[in-house]
Design a protein around this ligand. Sequence first.
Ligand SMILES: *Cc1c(COP(=O)(O)O)cnc(C)c1O
Length: 387
Amino acid sequence: MTTTTHNSCDPAFDFAALSKSGVRALQPYQPGKPLDELEREYGIRNAVKLASNENPLGPGPLVLERIRGELGELARYPDGNGFALKQALSAKLGVGTAQLTLGNGSNDVLELVARAFVDCGDEVIFSQHAFAVYPIVTQAVGARAVVTPAADWGQDLDAMRAAIGDRTRLVFVANPNNPTGTWLTGAALQNFLDAVPSQVLVVLDEAYFEYAADGATGATGYPSGIAWLSRYPNLIVTRTFSKAYGLAGLRIGYGVSHPQIADLLNRVRQPFNVNSLALAAASAALEDTDHLAHSLQANAHGMAQLTGGFESLGLEFIHSAGNFVSVRVAVRDGMSGLDVYEALLRQGVIVRPVANYGMPEHLRITVGTAAENARVLDALKTTLVVP
Ligand SMILES: *Cc1c(COP(=O)(O)O)cnc(C)c1O
């Protein structure tokens, strides 16, 4: 019998060489810096985090009550089919329950689409400055990412359509996009969908749907992709409870599609990919329309506060339909977005550097509470305005 002991110092032993080539080349997703990490590293208290597009109000009281009600059942597996939540979503969205795929966050659904439909050597199209998860799920399945240039920070649908070739299996469109906040109109998207061959899947990522659909963001012509599903069977719309519903920590989102696509996605997902607290919380969140309205109103006020503050400081920003805004901060000689990010960290304010999105002069700032927004504006003033 042969026994082998593996020694990490043995140069002949290289796990990277064993890994799939797409995985080896992956750049891991960079999350926002956690609050307690900043407090630990910088010895700062009362830091604020406006880095991950979380709802500053958190979940509403009904959600918290339902979660407490679930605690006695934690030893049991969750409902692997998410029956009750699918019923609620079906009624709300006017789609069949067979069209729904629940995910451990909508990220999970994005990955399921790639795993179910995209093979090694296929091509996946998305735009420059698009959400960082698209390149990750593309590369992880060994496919080739085709990145089209942005136009005025937004996704250029003409360029995306022109990039479609024989190997194209999937196109990711974010509406609105993160980190730019730019949105596409219903007319532009329908023209695009009309031109996409039916064997090419289109994922329309509507993670910020509730904000963008709220008139207060000024996203004129902003559509709901769900209304088009019967017309475009190759369309998959994804949404999440992480943003406007304030449940990012519980991880729950969903896809809406042709039932056959949903069936295939359900075959590749883990049997219990959504946990019981998340299922209970999401159903309650859909019922608590007051809390959602309150969250949207707070976002509209906060967005006006932030953008008004940027204007006073003479900073350019990209008009956003979400709960975040990217602002150009590299306005002083030799100072990059990352330098400003670090200067803000030292003042106890975490925002998101976006150099990895091809935006080295910008920072993405999540709309927080009025007090948090004031903190970030003060810190920007201290950093950028020469006294
Ligand atoms: C936040 C976000 C998501 C989803 O996040 P989950 O927490 O996994 O639901 C998806 N797409 C975009 C563009 C996002 O910004």
